[in-house]
Design a protein. Structure first.
Length: 535
């Protein structure tokens, strides 16, 4: 076994700038992370807390590429007693001596199909590795094979068994939109998990991870002691990188990143935060960065769409289109916990899938009403969703839309909103399709998409003490407070900004303030008129 990797690598001779460390981007094996890479964030205290906190069966839901598999691998190494890998980590201090247990780990991440026969074949392949490890005989059904695995591990060691199931829901997600297939798939998966109850006396711990939440009755009907820790505040930071961890473990790497970007440290931190921070998985949660994107950015020295670009949310875009939701409907959405932390097979809105997949997150919590406010976590997700929706709505004219974006970019950043709106007017008048419905809300969506793709902060329906502003556009040197009207006139929109005092919340900002009244015409199907005044 190699030694734990060094925490510093200097550039070659003659280059005074430090080079990025070798981060474990996408690496899911704890031993490899500890021996081959830099920048491991210590999550082992959570293992101690799980063991000492009582309970024996746990479920954790987190978005893809957030470190679930690495955490399971860490647990596997801990229970197998690979102490040298834990030198200097929290659990080595918390538990200087610990007992080893046999581990049965099953990875279902590759069990993805829409065919029932193929499902059984892929389950067979997923079970072969653990069976070879423990010399278990291959029984007839997936459930009986899991039972044989547990028996083999127990009989060989004489100890209770730790069962780790990675991405338990992968076999079901491909058919969640087909009720008949889902029922058939669910029957197979339910039979697979049934031994976890029957073998309870032989189990030391069961830990199951996934992205979505399927109802316990439909999947784990026999496992009635399963504890869902996904939204518990004490486990909010179990995956991902908290703001404190970023500041503590990556100070040197932030300097390297800002050097490579050619910006100051404050600006570099702001880039990382606005692009990759913003996740919260409980009512009381630290700020959490997307680990895949954050480490990718630190490694490459630039901000890019890493996490979103690594997976195409086609099903999410289709679901949004099917239900009539528009992207600006996702910001500031109030919901009770059972509306978004709901079983995937009982979805009546896109909310559960959007939240569980990481495209929405918790923004606020009201303890009086026990209600949550959800929103898009950061710029990477906002821009990724926007681009996907634009490509879905207007696939025939990417060049026209890109031309509009370029004109908008130059105009807005030059402080020329009038020219930007002229470009919008021409664009909407010249195409036979649209990005949203032809009403006030639809045009607001169009603005949201355009500004988001430009990387400009836009807040729709900004709440004030006197009402809701349709849109607030924030550029580096200016703030535009915008009010949209449909088949009225721009002066009416402008008067509403004045009467409601919409500029007041931004009076101390320091940037130039502008109020913009915009009217859309149902007859011309585009921007009809607008008025821009300095605030």
């Amino acid at each position: 076994m190699g030694t734990v990797a060094s925490n510093s690598k200097m550039a070659s001779a003659g280059n005074t700038k430090p080079t990025p460390r070798r981060f474990p981007i996408g690496v899911q094996t704890f031993e490899r992370v500890r021996t081959e890479f830099d920048g491991y964030i210590d999550k082992t205290a959570y293992i101690h807390e799980l063991i000492q906190g009582g309970g024996s069966s746990f479920f954790l839901s987190r978005p893809r590429r957030f470190g679930k598999s690495l955490f399971l691998s860490t647990m596997e190494a801990y229970f197998e007693g690979k102490k040298e890998l834990f030198d200097g980590l929290a659990i080595a201090r918390l538990e200087p001596e610990w007992e080893t247990f046999p581990v049965v780990r099953v990875d279902l991440s590759t069990v993805k199909t829409r065919d029932l026969d193929t499902l059984k074949i892929l389950l067979d392949e997923a079970l072969r590795g653990p069976e070879m490890k423990w010399g278990a005989s291959q029984a007839q059904t997936p459930g009986s094979r899991l039972k044989e695995l547990i028996w083999a591990a127990h009989s060989q060691s004489g100890k209770q068994v730790v069962v780790l199931i990675d991405e338990y829901d992968a076999p079901l997600l491909n058919v969640v939109d087909e009720p008949e297939k889902l029922d058939a798939f669910r029957d197979v998966i339910r039979e697979f998990y049934a031994p976890l109850k029957a073998c309870d006396e032989f189990l030391r711990l069961v830990f199951i991870t996934g992205i979505s939440k399927f109802s316990q009755l439909s999947i784990f009907s026999e496992l009635n002691n399963l504890r869902n820790i996904s939204m518990l505040s004490e486990y909010a930071g179990i995956c991902g990188i908290t703001e404190e961890e970023l500041a503590t473990h990556y100070a040197h790497d932030i300097d390297t990143f800002t050097d490579m970007m050619g910006v100051g440290r404050g600006e570099g931190l702001a880039v990382l935060k606005e692009n990759y921070d913003g996740y919260h998985f409980a009512s009381d949660s630290p700020d959490i960065y997307n680990p895949f994107s954050l480490l990718s950015a630190l490694s490459e020295g630039r901000a890019n769409s890493y996490w979103f670009g690594s997976g195409t949310p086609t099903s999410l875009v289709n679901l949004l289109q099917k239900t009539g939701w528009q992207i600006c409907d996702l910001e500031g959405r109030e919901a009770d916990e059972d509306e978004f932390d709901a079983p995937a097979e009982r979805m009546t809105t896109p909310l559960p899938m959007l939240y569980q997949a990481g495209y929405l997150t918790i923004k606020d919590y009201d303890p009086i009403t026990c209600s949550y406010t959800l929103g898009i976590p950061n710029k990477e997700v906002a821009r990724g969703l926007s681009k996907s929706l634009v490509q879905h709505a207007a696939p025939q004219a990417p060049s026209e839309f890109n031309s509009l974006l370029r004109t908008f970019n130059r105009s807005v950043r030059a402080g020329d909103m009038d020219r930007a709106l002229h470009a919008m007017q021409a664009f909407l008048a010249g195409i036979p399709y649209h990005l949203g419905s032809r009403d006030e809300r639809g045009f607001e969506t169009t603005f949201w998409l355009i500004f988001t793709l430009l990387g400009i902060q836009l807040e729709t329906e900004f709440k004030t003490a006197t009402g809701r502003i349709d849109a607030v556009l924030k550029a580096p040197d200016a703030i535009w407070v915008m009010e949209f009207k449909y088949d009225k006139d721009a002066q009416t929109a402008l008067r509403q900004i004045d009467e409601k005092g919409y500029l007041v919340p931004f009076a101390s900002d320091g940037r130039k303030l502008y109020k913009v009244g915009v009217n859309f015409s149902a007859q011309t199907r585009t921007v009809d008129e607008w008025v821009i005044e300095e605030g």
